[in-house]
Design a protein around this ligand. Structure first.
Ligand SMILES: [Zn+2]
Length: 485
């Protein structure tokens, strides 16, 4: 028994095949020695070790099997090679639909013919699928097939011209399925926010697992699966490149301009997605996706004596930050964290706080988008002149270089704008202190990194530090140098 691609009816399909195969075996008075079920093995992929087909061949070779029964030839074999393999093992074959019966020469001939046809059908099917996907991409329709996390299933044969529905964003979207699905959609948005605010893939995976969410295949979230979601342009309403492009490293260099805009409701802006893509492409992050410093300032603050970063540690039972190079500077962690948190909360609570998180140099996003479109048009114009022989490629090279440089610059600026965008919510919240305290340490660290350079100096001997809270705060303030970014 074999079932592929028909995911929704998979179990039913197998059950029905079993019923019919058993009925045939009974009528011929054959004893069923074993059932071989290949679930979800695509007809265009090889059936290697671990598949039921492989086990069947092994058993047949060992003489455990005299006759192989299947509903029809498609369920049993996909190529002449499959058929030849069975014949060479001396196994007889019978199908419920009567097409195959390898007990006669005539039957054997027809089997050969049928296998040839089956092979042709496989080739045609994958060609059809490929063409359908290609066409879907050019129409901006999401691929059908496995459901994407955060979205409902796409209806089969979806067209961008089907009936419309009103999205949560108030806009009209085609009603072909693939609608934002709660609570997953919110988790995806939160995941992008967290990533851009400095959270690790591991902590996002933890968060999604804690919300009781699984992958669409029912698995627990792992950092690699989270990465696959957060690097997928689909969530920005952009059409993914074909699979062949996807697998190459070139994927990271795909600009926003290379991806056609889809016709489904996005969960994040293209700028947010591009910023996430840039972060995930950072080799430092790739090599060490799980390491999350647990302390607010470790790796962020620098040593006032030598300029190295400060790391967390414990000295005589007291939690401290100490110079990562030598033992010439250590100071209490709790006091430093408390002071920095108070500074951040105070600064972000001021009326002019919004100005801090907005990139002062970033011009209006809409204007940037318009400029990007114009630059892309310019590039296309130059290329089309080359194509029509109106100018040579070497003559066009300089202007192409200019326009591509401009496109690169604009894309970088737009990514940055997306990043600043997600740091804003803290400022926008009515209660900065409560919002800060609700953040996990990854996000708190990202905010500190955005706002401040922290340089630590010696606090002096322990006995000199005042005991009461306000005095300690003042003492800490006097021995930690801050620079606003
Ligand atoms: Zn030092």
């Amino acid at each position: 028994m074999r079932q592929s691609l028909d995911r929704d009816n998979r179990q039913e399909g197998i059950a029905r095949q079993r019923e019919r195969c058993r009925a045939l075996s009974e009528s011929r008075e054959w004893e069923v020695v074993e059932e071989y079920i290949d679930n979800d093995v695509s007809a265009s992929k090889p059936r290697g070790p671990g598949t039921a087909w492989h086990r069947l061949l092994t058993d047949a070779r060992a003489g455990r099997v005299d006759v192989v029964v299947a509903v029809d030839q498609d369920r049993l074999m996909r190529s002449l090679r499959d058929l030849v393999a069975l014949i060479e093992l001396g196994v007889k074959i019978a199908t419920v639909d009567g097409e195959l019966d390898l007990t006669s020469a005539d039957g054997e001939f027809r089997a050969t013919l049928a296998a040839g046809l089956a092979r042709f059908e496989v080739a045609r099917k994958s060609e059809r699928q490929r063409r359908a996907n290609q066409q879907g991409r050019s129409l901006g329709v999401p691929p059908s097939g496995r459901r994407a996390f955060g979205y409902t299933t796409t209806s089969k044969g979806a067209k961008s011209t089907t009936a419309t529905r009103r999205g949560a964003d108030g806009r009209e979207w085609p009603a072909y399925g693939h609608e934002p699905l709660e609570p997953e959609a919110t988790a995806v948005r939160d995941g992008f926010d967290a990533l851009l605010a400095g959270a690790t893939l591991r902590s996002i995976a933890r968060d999604w697992n804690a919300r009781g969410l699984t992958t669409t295949q029912g698995g627990d979230w792992e950092p690699t699966a989270v990465r696959a979601v957060l690097s997928n342009p689909r969530y920005a309403g952009l059409v993914s490149p074909p699979r062949s492009t996807k697998q190459s490293t070139a994927r990271h260099h795909l600009g926003l301009a290379d991806l056609p805009v889809g016709t489904w409701e996005p969960l994040v802006t293209p700028e947010t997605w591009a910023a996430a893509r840039d972060l995930l492409a950072d080799p430092a992050r790739r090599s060490n996706p799980g390491a999350a410093p647990r302390w607010l300032l470790s790796g962020l603050a620098t040593c006032g004596k030598c300029g190295a970063t400060m790391k967390g540690g414990v000295v005589r039972g007291i939690r401290v930050y100490r110079c990562s190079q030598t033992a010439h500077l250590a100071r209490k962690r709790d006091d430093a964290d408390h002071y920095i948190a108070e500074i951040v909360i105070e600064r972000l609570s001021r009326p002019d706080a919004a100005g801090l998180l907005v990139d002062r140099d970033a011009p209006d996003l809409e204007a940037m988008r318009a400029e990007l479109r114009a630059a892309q048009q310019g590039e296309a114009n130059v290329l089309s002149m080359v194509a029509r022989g109106l100018t040579s490629l070497s003559a066009a090279e300089a202007s192409l270089r200019d326009v591509r440089e401009r496109i690169g610059r604009l894309e970088a600026a737009m990514s940055n704008a997306g990043r600043v965008d997600v740091l804003g919510p803290l400022v926008a919240s009515g209660d900065v202190r409560a919002a800060w305290q609700a953040l996990d340490s990854d996000r708190q660290r990202a905010i500190v990194r955005t706002l401040l350079a922290v340089e630590m100096h010696s606090p002096g001997k322990g006995s000199r530090a005042p005991r009461e809270a306000a005095g300690r705060l003042a003492h800490t303030a006097a021995t930690i140098r801050l620079e606003w970014r």
